[in-house]
Design a protein around this ligand. Sequence first.
Ligand code: NAD
Length: 351
Amino acid sequence: VTTHDAPLGVAVIGVGYWGPNLVRNFTSSDRFRLRWVSDVDEARARKAVGPYSTVRTTATLADVLTDPGVDAVAVATPAATHVDLASAALDAGKHVLIEKPIASTYREAEHLVHLANARGLTLMCDHTYCYTPAVLKIRELVHTGQLGDIQYVDSIRINLGLVQPDVDVLWDLAPHDLSILYFILPNGVVPQAVAAHGADPIGAGRACIAYLTVELSGGAIAHAHVNWLSPTKIRTTIIGGSKRTLVWDDLRPSERIQVYDRGVDLTDPNMIAGDERREALISYRAGDMVAPALKESEALAGVVTEFADAITQQRAPLTDGRSGLRVLDVLEAASRSLEYRGAVVPLRTQR
Ligand SMILES: NC(=O)c1ccc[n+]([C@@H]2O[C@H](COP(=O)([O-])OP(=O)(O)OC[C@H]3O[C@@H](n4cnc5c(N)ncnc54)[C@H](O)[C@@H]3O)[C@@H](O)[C@H]2O)c1
């Protein structure tokens, strides 16, 4: 199967804030032909395609699903509607790309994963961050062993954020950190349990600040700090490895990623005579820092290409339904942990 295949017919469902970005990227991709844009508010659909477009618009999902020219559907509606829209599309034999979060509960997400599997259709979750040049580079550096064994992942995602009416700060912001975490971790390192603390100092009725700890197999740890109340915006992740440590500052376009050949080494105690002091075991490395060059490309264009490749090559996409499911597993466990003020809650999916 090659890129010379006929373009896939695609429809976008839901064109509020995010959907128009999908419309734009499907339109400019030669792998797809956009056939429909659908929204319960049809005026929005018409606005999204513009006055001179031949792309059809409708407020009725059945128009889209009964069109045999539609091979795939992209769902960009609010999370609570994902399971019904995506199930209907899969039942109609369409491949599905869903915005994050893939569904509003783990059970719903599990249903979608099973349904796609049973029908042999592609189910992909738009974890957009995973397709940024920075995250793709981080994944490559981790997977090729250039950081060594992963010891910790520490991310901060804070700003003066919109207090959401329906979800707390963990459900709003942590999905980004979690989808990235699963995307970059090497195969042997698996999230096992989580603990979360949160606070609502302004009386919003839900946590506006949260600290999420994820225990990883092999003794490593990941932590995400998410906050709607911070006057300054920080988007930084540190990935500590036994060989090198990577710092990703997404707000520094010229040097988003820095790789430090600096860290702390511990000599194997068996290599040292018994009467030497413990301090002798620890040594510090102070090597160079390099900032790898990153190409500029729009993440969503990568999402659209990956969706086409997964469909035509009949393989799982990089961010498949299971990756959406794993994020919901952590979020639900984190919510339980919040209720019990930081209790450690094991995860259901251990990869
Ligand atoms: N990948 C990203 O970085 C990113 C960024 C923003 C939002 N999102 C996700 O995109 C999704 C949509 O978010 P948004 O901010 O665009 O929401 P929105 O409320 O701005 O837009 C949703 C649109 O869906 C329409 N809609 C609602 N129910 C529908 C139905 N049953 N059938 C057809 N249309 C329906 C609404 O009329 C509206 O136009 C959410 O899952 C959100 O998490 C992803």
